[in-house]
Ligand binder design. Structure first.
Ligand SMILES: [Zn+2]
Length: 301
């Protein structure tokens, strides 16, 4: 059987990766994948379209990379060559791929092409695609690229400057590999822990629909260890039926009015946000309790 090949075409934005792939790989029956497609999908699945909070963006990119890697391995297992458009600026990110691919598939070629166009060509790509930013801003990002090293598990490394494709194999540097593997392990553990935390938080919130928990009326001070359904039937304004855990809203029993709540007070302000220094001791206690919901409602104060 012919030896399979995975080819990564990497480089900064608008360095001509897609064009290069089209010109050099479109007729060799390789499957062509683009990390960009995976990233867009990950953002969408996470419920983001344009605005993505920073921590979430990292998680989405992490998931996109992971899904792409899974697809690469599955396609190789079907006996097909692959060309991947990727960014993979850091040795660490490439090693995450090469390690897993080599573990899964015996005897595979891994090739990397690094796009380094001339200023003139790069500028024309930026103009063609009507992208924002100056050439220099793109070059600043490209400066973060760690040039691939054979020790990362790559068989052939090429530098592509316009029409000139040059083999560029630096001396092996095994130190970066050991450091990268250690970092990757720590990173995977951290992601795993975060996911676990998120899962158990969701499970806890879900459980609040059925379990009894402490309800505190911020107006008259009444408290009751009851289920959400019983609270609702007794006229309580309380999450999960009314409002949401952790977000400011009224927390009152059936006998009290919303106008005596912290929520009401804050709504009367010109800027309706909680300013802790303006709160009474009682209001501060309420606010702390709300912020720490639903955990703060599990045990009696
Ligand atoms: Zn009350």
């Amino acid at each position: 059987m012919q030896k399979l090949t995975v080819t990564f075409v990497i480089g900064a934005n608008a360095t001509g990766k897609s064009t290069f792939i089209k010109n050099h790989f479109s007729d060799n029956k390789a499957v062509i994948l683009d990390v960009y497609d995976y990233q867009q999908k990950a953002y969408k699945e996470a419920g983001f379209n344009r605005q993505i909070p920073f921590g979430e963006a990292f998680k989405c990119l992490y998931k996109a990379n992971d899904k792409l890697l899974t697809d690469i391995i599955n396609i190789l297992r079907q006996g097909k060559n692959i060309v991947v458009e990727q960014t993979l600026f850091k040795a660490k990110r490439r090693i995450a791929y090469t390690d897993k691919i080599r573990q899964a598939i015996e005897n595979v070629n891994i090739h990397v092409y690094v796009m380094r166009p001339s200023d003139a060509l790069w500028e024309s790509y930026i103009a063609q695609r009507k992208l924002y930013g100056t050439l220099q801003s793109y070059k600043n990002i490209a400066a973060q690229i760690e040039f691939p090293n054979p020790s990362e598990g790559i068989d052939l490394i090429y530098e592509v400057a316009d029409n000139n494709i040059q083999l560029k194999m630096d001396a092996p540097n095994y130190g970066i590999v050991a450091a990268a593997r250690k970092e990757l392990l720590a990173e995977a553990e951290r992601m795993c822990k975060e996911e676990e935390k998120k899962r158990s938080k969701l499970a806890l919130i879900e459980s609040m629909n059925n379990r009894p928990f402490w309800h505190y009326c911020e107006s008259c001070g009444k408290k009751a260890f009851i289920s959400a359904k019983d609270a609702f039937d007794d006229g309580w304004d309380y999450p999960p039926q009314i409002g949401a855990f952790g977000l400011l809203g009224p927390r009152t029993c059936g006998d009290c009015r919303i106008t005596d709540t912290l929520y009401w007070k804050v709504q009367q302000q010109s800027l309706p946000i909680v300013l802790e220094e303006t709160l009474t001791a009682e209001e501060l206690k309420t606010w702390q309790r709300i912020k720490n919901e639903p955990e703060s409602l599990l045990t009696e104060e």
